[in-house]
Design a protein around this ligand. Structure first.
Ligand code: NAD
Length: 460
């Protein structure tokens, strides 16, 4: 449904609430069957997905397939395989004075979930929470980002083909559609996007006391010690930073490297970027999502002598050539906010005591990267600032692993998902204690008489 009215949304909400009440989603077999259907529709429409991602973000086919289609197929298969195990009630103990009794913790779905997606990985970051919500037994309304409009259109078609709309449906539109949705009393909200809108979502959720996961952004630092393998470090940074043209929430926003190797590392990163994109600088490199982001990024760039530019810009197709800023400083324009584009400032540090206070000035990022052979140095950096996640001597590996929880802390968000952690996020723990019609040995009801004395012998 596109740009719905308040009445459309209310009617859809009612239909989903009825669907949830029918109890169908409580069945694990029903959930697995629904996910299998989605898997087959996604496979069938994989080429449509790649075409949409090309149109919205100029995504190279390989980047689109690996980070969106294959990632999702893997996550769906993981849920199908593990769901019954994860959903099993967990036995729990109880105090001896409750005996005889049986206690367990069951994982129950919240009900109807709202998922709001961003534009940078518009398929993965919409369908991954959707898959998780379905696996957890919820009904879902998905609101993809209107900025990646071709992806939004494909998502709408995929979901319509795979699900009954009373179970899962897509509402297309921008901030207006989001606002109408947020006025509704959802049972759970999962939001991915900017900090600014995250606050609006949290405020709307608070009105209905709706539990919320917020997946936000931040300036993710990449700290490089003076003792690294420079070649390998440069190659890893060049890949992680410029994948999806730098429009990845957990990619390194900037590098801060020991002064002794700063020039060499900056040159090597530029060299690797040249190698990567020499053959096909346009088709192997993503484009900036829209004109306003293109202008925002262009405005961050300092005068030409302070920039290493690799290739040429083509504003007509929003191709912003990769930039390294080899002599960047903490006071630069590019260091004031999250960059979210193909611009890499490289700063220097002399020692930990000048570096750590600077890192602490940034609000808690989604991820942090440290390169060094010195384990103590790595631990000191990691323990000095908060971040959602950490990867040592490489980048992004911690965030694309379904066996690890994904999410931010502080200003980069709250809550975790991916695989089992997502199943836990989209369900609540419901403790269930069963007792039997057996006389209570430790009855605590009045008249109390001299029960206190007896009790104190046992309850010491
Ligand atoms: P955005 O906040 O502009 O948009 C995200 C969603 O919010 C879209 O669906 C949009 O339609 C909706 N929206 C926009 N204005 C709204 C309003 N006033 N009220 C309600 N909803 C509204 O974010 P974006 O530009 O798509 O994403 C970029 C940001 O997201 C970056 O900061 C990036 O780091 C972050 N991000 C985080 C993650 C993560 O997993 N933590 C992933 C991707 C992006």
């Amino acid at each position: 449904m596109q740009n719905p009215t308040e009445q459309d949304i209310a009617a859809l909400r009612t239909a989903q609430a009825e669907f949830f009440k029918s109890g169908k989603t409580q069945s694990l077999d029903f959930r697995i069957e629904a996910l299998r259907k989605l898997e087959s529709v996604l496979q069938k429409r994989a080429d449509d997905v790649l075409a949409a991602l090309k149109s919205d973000l100029g995504k190279p086919g390989l980047e689109a397939y690996v980070a969106e289609v294959f990632f999702l197929l893997t996550e769906i298969r993981l849920f199908c395989k593990k769901l019954k195990r994860w959903a099993k009630p967990k036995r729990a103990g109880h105090p001896f004075y409750f005996l005889p009794a049986k206690s367990e913790i069951r994982r129950k779905p919240f009900g109807c979930a709202l998922v709001i997606g961003p534009w940078n990985y518009p398929i993965q970051l919409a369908l991954s929470p959707l898959v998780t919500a379905v696996a957890a037994g919820n009904c879902v309304i998905l609101k993809p980002s209107e900025i990646a409009s071709s992806s939004s259109d494909v998502l709408s078609k995929i979901v319509a083909e795979a699900f009954d709309p009373a179970h899962v449906t897509v509402i297309e539109g921008g901030a207006e559609a989001s606002k109408l949705l947020l006025d509704q009393p959802f049972d759970f909200i999962f939001y991915t996007g900017s900090k600014r809108v995250g606050k609006i979502v949290a405020e709307a959720a608070a009105k209905h006391l709706t539990p919320t996961v917020l997946e936000l952004g931040g300036k993710c630092p990449c700290v490089v010690g003076g003792d690294v393998d420079i070649e390998m470090t440069a190659e890893r940074i060049a890949w992680a930073k410029f994948f999806n043209a730098g429009q990845t929430c957990f990619s390194p926003d900037f590098v801060v490297v020991h002064e002794s190797i700063r020039d060499e590392l900056a040159k090597k990163i530029a060299g690797k970027v040249s190698e990567f994109y020499a053959d096909d600088p346009i088709n192997d490199f993503g484009k900036i999502v829209n004109d306003s982001h293109y202008e925002r990024l262009s405005a961050l760039l300092p005068r030409s002598e302070a920039v290493t530019k690799i290739g040429e810009d083509d504003p007509a197709i929003r191709h912003l050539a990769p930039r390294i800023l080899p002599s960047a400083d903490w006071s630069d324009e590019a260091m004031q906010d999250e960059i979210f584009g193909p611009v890499l400032p490289v700063l220097g540090f002399k020692n930990e005591s000048d570096l750590i206070p600077k890192l602490r000035e940034l609000s808690s990022p989604l991820a942090m990267y440290v390169f060094s052979r010195d384990q103590e140095f790595c631990e000191t950096i990691i323990n000095s600032i908060r971040s959602g996640s950490v990867c040592i001597n490489d980048l992004t590996k911690q965030s694309s692993n379904l066996d690890l929880p994904f999410g931010g802390v502080g200003s980069s968000g709250m809550g975790r998902y991916r695989g089992k952690f997502g199943f836990e996020a989209f369900t609540y723990q419901r403790p269930v204690t069963r007792r039997y019609f057996v006389k209570d040995f430790f009855a605590t009801h009045p008249p109390y008489g001299n029960k206190l004395e007896k009790m104190r012998k046992f309850l010491k």
